[in-house]
Design a protein around this ligand. Structure first.
Ligand code: NI
Length: 140
């Protein structure tokens, strides 16, 4: 069993807020990310898959194929978008990094199986100091 990680990047806007909170309450709970006028982050996404080395290629997976899957099923949907308003898999969810990592996992998982590998970790880096790692339900 071996692991390999592909990094992709995207820029997106979001706002963390609850409709049932006042702007002041939202600021207290969600901080600057509750700005009613929106703001964005330069996100980094690290997708780690696991499996066995293919003796013919010496690879676990073809990274070009992995990158294409991530781009087609995740980056296209998020890059230069408003996560709250435009991203279907984030509808009716708080646009937190945690929910984003779970949403990205769910978008990717069925496609990774086609590479003869298993999704191991989705890591979403929102800022230099804040990031989330999701390993799927089984390890919760
Ligand atoms: Ni934010």
């Amino acid at each position: 069993m071996i692991h390999i990680t592909r990094r992709e990047r995207f820029n997106a806007a979001h706002r963390l807020f609850r409709e049932d909170f006042s702007d002041q309450q939202n600021l207290e709970v969600f901080g600057k990310c509750s700005n009613p006028k929106w703001h964005g982050h330069n996100y980094e996404l690290f997708v780690t898959v696991k499996g066995d080395i293919d003796e013919k290629t010496g690879f676990l997976v073809n990274l070009k194929k992995l990158s294409k899957i991530i781009r087609d099923h995740v980056i296209e949907k998020l890059d230069h978008k408003n996560i709250n308003l435009e991203v279907e898999f984030m509808q009716d969810k708080l646009a937190s990094t945690e929910n984003l990592a779970v949403g990205i996992w769910n978008e990717l998982e069925p496609h990774i199986k086609g590479l003869d590998a298993e999704l191991h970790c989705v890591k979403v880096v929102e800022s230099e100091n804040n990031f989330v790692e999701y390993y799927g339900d089984r390890n919760e």
